[in-house]
Design a binder for this molecule. Sequence first.
Ligand code: BGC
Ligand code: CA
Length: 304
Amino acid sequence: MSVSVQKIVDPVVLGEGPHWDDKQQALYFVDINMKTINKYVPTTGEHTKTTLDGRVGFILPVDGTDDQFVVGVERKFLVIQWDGKDGSTVKVVKELGEVDQDVPTTRINDGKADPKGRLFAGTMGCEDPPGNFDMEKGSLFRVDRRGIVKMCSGISISNGLAWDLREKAMYYNDSLESKIRRYDYDVDTGDISNLKYVFDLKKNNIDGLADGMTIDTDGNIWVAIFNGSCVLKIDPKAGTVLQRVPIPAKQVTSVTFGGPNLDVLFVTTASMFITEEQKPPCGSTFMVFGLGVKGHPNVNFKLP
Ligand code: BGC
Ligand code: CA
């Protein structure tokens, strides 16, 4: 089977944080700049969205519910209730806490749940105008029943996040570092240690920034390349590129596997004006078929 790319959702400004909900067979994602949370159901083609009070960096369903989600809005982690309908009102169920009170210019960017359902999400410095970043102002946080803990600081753009339990690894990246990080991961405690760099974009002549990522069942990571019009399949043990999947949008922001067999790669993109206009289909979300690999079921957030 050859690789094919299908556009599924009309352009947004800063599409991000795709999460495949196995139970609902639906994709959730956000448009950070337009402050929307979005739901797309491939079997019906239905796309619904609603607007929040601030820029929303990610959305993850709360485990065991059909209508509750954890979101990162500006610098707050919130549990909200949304019925998934277009334009419907969102209720804040619980505030889990606010981060970066000492640097109130940051905002929460990408977030994911680890294999046990703990939330990991990071922040990034002010981006004004788009493409111009306040450096090393962000951090990575972990949210579980013990509260909110800062895991690393001095981060410019917190991105990536994927876990490999066999390798006891967590992959992560600060997009402006131009390298992909690997930490030893203790899944019993949620602690990270022993930072190593497993891939260097510059040394591999890759134009663009490492943005969101996911992992397949073979342990290879799939990395969205912002400003690079592609997704790269990388072997993190060898530090080599195994495949380049072209995407018809320059600003590729994040990826996740989904679909009934977890073999479709969902790709979000952005259409921000950085140096030039990004015409449609830039900013759309895409489905990539025929990659010949599978992902893991996406993990929902386990409410402490
Ligand atoms: C952020 C964008 C940023 C991009 C750069 C994304 O995760 O949300 O604001 O421009 O990373 O790679
Ligand atoms: Ca991202």
